[in-house]
Design a protein around this ligand. Structure first.
Ligand code: USQ
Length: 405
């Protein structure tokens, strides 16, 4: 298949492009390199040294003989170019990762909120409108998030996208399936919730064939393909905006930094290893809905964990200390989470669950590149509200205290 990977320079996009190219697909990365610009804005860099996208593609060709093509294009602002690109390349499938993906970044300031909404919603809508206009019958696979469901403890398992409901009508009770009501916890998660409505409309109105993957928190760094050459290494974020919880704990353990648990650590979240993430995309691609069918939704996760249990596990394995910090986010202190993921299991996914070996691998990567870490960028300081901002802990290491004692 000819596959366009929109956002193929990012944390999940890059290993996905490699995985699909390895399977023999003709892969085209379309990316505006915004993630690299955001690193520059924030004054941070990936823990792992990342080459330019052109260099990464050159190394892949050198190692495998396969070509991955790179196209510099901004989906959100260059609508006509996007349409022209689609007409020229006519992909069989489009994988859409091209959105700003960090909740803390989306909550930093009003400017970051506006950027995240403009970028994410325009990118998605431009793509949908362009697919209709060019008449390209590509299967669109979108990287959504488990966060659209929200984290209130409902007690019942979260279904894959649709909720069975019964409504009372004058003719008696009627059963229906509706999109699971969204309850986003950040502006970023809100954009993914809005995406769902855009997808619903275009599937129903224009028969676009769409799969939406509600992904959990990705952990790990290497996949089978990124291991093949040092310059194919994946990006790895550790900073307070882009680093995600388990990877942050592992890096913090590697550099002898206290594990930064927000609040009581009673937040339960869904997780998936990066290797399973790319495998799920392969499985979803092979299982496209037909034109006229509703959007197919998968829960792309393999297990759930409570944040404090993860911190305690990492502390036990590495001897790290835990810092219990005021939570910069407005979120439930404690929640339960039961999630259905039957569809991927039925398609043959064999989940990689949290194992000491894989956790150790991340700690090893972090130790190897520890010299690249700026400790002052580790604290999560983006607060969800002004009140919370006053309580944010800027110095979980207690460095200031130590320096005067
Ligand atoms: N947390 C800590 N300490 C930290 C960092 C985070 O306790 O140092 C807590 C947060 O308060 C939150 C939980 O860990 O309760 C998860 O935070 P996260 O940063 O790992 O994940 P999140 O902001 O939800 O976003 C990440 C990705 C996003 C993806 C989402 C999947 O950045 O792109 O959509 O995970 S999910 O969480 O299932 O919605």
């Amino acid at each position: 298949m000819r596959i366009a990977v929109l956002g193929g320079d990012g944390f999940v996009g890059w290993p996905t492009a490699l995985h699909l190219s390895d399977l023999g697909h003709d892969v085209h990365i379309v990316d505006n390199l915004s993630r690299r610009w955001i690193d520059t804005e924030l004054g941070v860099q990936s823990l792992t040294p990342m080459d330019s996208i052109q260099e990464r593609c050159r190394i892949w060709h050198q190692e495998t003989g396969r070509r991955i093509h790179f196209h510099l294009l901004n989906l959100a602002t260059e609508y006509e170019r996007l349409k022209g690109w689609l007409s020229e390349h006519r992909p069989d499938a489009v994988i859409h990762f091209a959105e700003q993906r960090a909740a803390p970044y989306s909550m930093k300031t009003d400017r970051h909120k506006v950027y995240t909404v403009n970028n994410n919603i325009n990118a998605t809508h431009n793509l949908l409108a362009a697919l209709v206009e060019t008449g390209i019958d590509a299967h669109l696979v979108h990287l959504g998030t488990m966060g659209v469901y929200g984290y209130s403890s409902v007690g019942a398992p979260i279904p894959e996208g649709y909720l069975d409901i019964r409504i009372d009508t004058p003719a008696g009770p009627r059963d229906q399936q509706i999109l699971y009501p969204t309850r986003p916890g950040s502006v970023y998660h809100m954009t993914k919730s809005l995406d769902q409505i855009l997808f619903q409309f275009y599937a129903q109105n224009d028969g676009l064939r769409i799969t939406d993957l509600h992904q959990g928190i990705v952990w790990g760094t290497h996949t089978d393909q990124t291991r093949r050459h040092e310059q194919l290494i994946n990006r790895f974020d550790y900073d307070g905006d882009y680093g995600t919880v388990l990877n942050r704990f592992l890096i913090q353990a590697a550099i002898d930094y206290p594990l930064t648990v927000h609040g009581t650590g009673g937040q339960t979240r869904a997780f998936i290893h990066i290797q399973d993430s790319v495998r799920c995309i392969e499985l979803a691609l092979a299982d496209a809905p037909a034109a006229g069918e509703r959007v197919r939704i998968f829960n792309q996760m393999t297990e759930t964990h409570r944040v404090r249990d993860l911190a305690e596990l990492v502390a036990r394995l590495t001897g790290a200390e835990i810092a219990w910090l005021p939570n910069p986010r407005k979120e439930a202190e404690e929640n339960d989470l039961i999630v259905k993921n039957d569809q991927f299991l039925a398609l043959g996914l064999e989940p990689i669950t949290l194992a000491e070996g894989l956790l150790g691998e991340v700690v090893d990567v972090a130790r190897r590149y520890a010299h690249r870490i700026d400790r002052s960028r580790v604290p999560a300081v983006s607060a969800w509200t002004r009140d919370l901002a006053r309580r944010v802990e800027h110095d979980p290491e207690g460095k200031r205290l130590r320096s005067v004692s």
